[in-house]
Design a protein around this ligand. Structure first.
Ligand SMILES: C[S@@+](CC[C@H](N)C(=O)[O-])C[C@H]1O[C@@H](n2cnc3c(N)ncnc32)[C@H](O)[C@@H]1O
Length: 209
């Protein structure tokens, strides 16, 4: 279902965002997913937000970091044009200090004997992650397109880190969440009935994990 740009206005008012948005019909995160990640970011004030994909999510999370006077959003973006477009929007909104869009072309990963195309490792900063938002790479690329996010980032998730997976109502995402839960016992999972479904995974490491 295509979301009308007017549906984003309440969030824009809440965050005082009044310039043009990096909005692409059908591709931008839906307002209810954005609301979840915005509310978490404002309440929890994470230091490091890592994001798979860039766009409206990046802009809103960067604005939250500015409001919080704390935190930085690192967004992995495979498309050079999308990376540049997001950077322009971030700059136009005066949020350069709160966001870095990393152009990370897709590269080959072999994980548990399966092949994936996922964001190039080289530009990814080696930081402890407090909040991970997964809205890419696009699902049409391959089966379980977003699965590599946790094999790549799990060891870097901070104690009490939180992960938001968009489009989690899709069969593909349900399957990959099941794979993660089997592989990382320190994760707990909550499914939230947003327009496209949101899986929220929390890390609680105990000694020995
Ligand atoms: C689902 S989009 C989400 C982007 C971002 N999280 C947002 O809310 O705006 C995931 C990825 O799809 C790609 N993308 C965005 N718009 C697109 C379009 N119109 N056609 C094809 N790919 C697109 C970009 O590489 C982007 O990172």
């Amino acid at each position: 279902m295509t979301t009308d740009i007017a549906a984003y206005l309440p969030l824009c008012d809440r965050l005082n965002l009044h310039h043009e948005l990096p909005y692409t019909p059908d591709w931008s995160a839906a307002p209810d997913f954005l609301e979840l990640i915005v509310e978490h970011c404002l309440a929890d004030k994470p230091e490091t937000v890592m994001e798979c994909s860039s766009g409206l999510t990046t802009l809103m999370l960067a604005r939250c970091c500015q409001i919080n006077n704390r935190g930085h959003v690192y967004s992995l973006e495979n498309g050079l044009d999308y990376a540049e477009a997001t950077r322009r929007h971030i700059n136009r909104h005066g949020l350069d200090d709160y966001s870095t869009v990393l152009h990370a072309p897709l590269e080959h990963y072999a994980i548990n004997q399966h092949d994936y195309s996922w964001y190039a490792a080289a530009p990814i900063p080696k930081k402890s992650i407090d909040m991970l938002v997964i809205d890419g790479p696009p699902g049409f690329l391959q089966r379980h397109s977003r699965y590599p996010a946790l094999p790549v980032f799990f060891e870097r998730l901070a104690e009490n880190a939180i992960v938001f997976l968009d489009d989690a109502a899709r069969i593909d995402e349900r399957e990959l969440v099941d794979l993660w839960l089997g592989e990382y016992p320190a994760l707990t999972h909550e499914f939230i009935e947003t327009e496209r479904g949101c899986s929220v995974l929390r890390v609680s490491r105990h000694s020995g994990d």
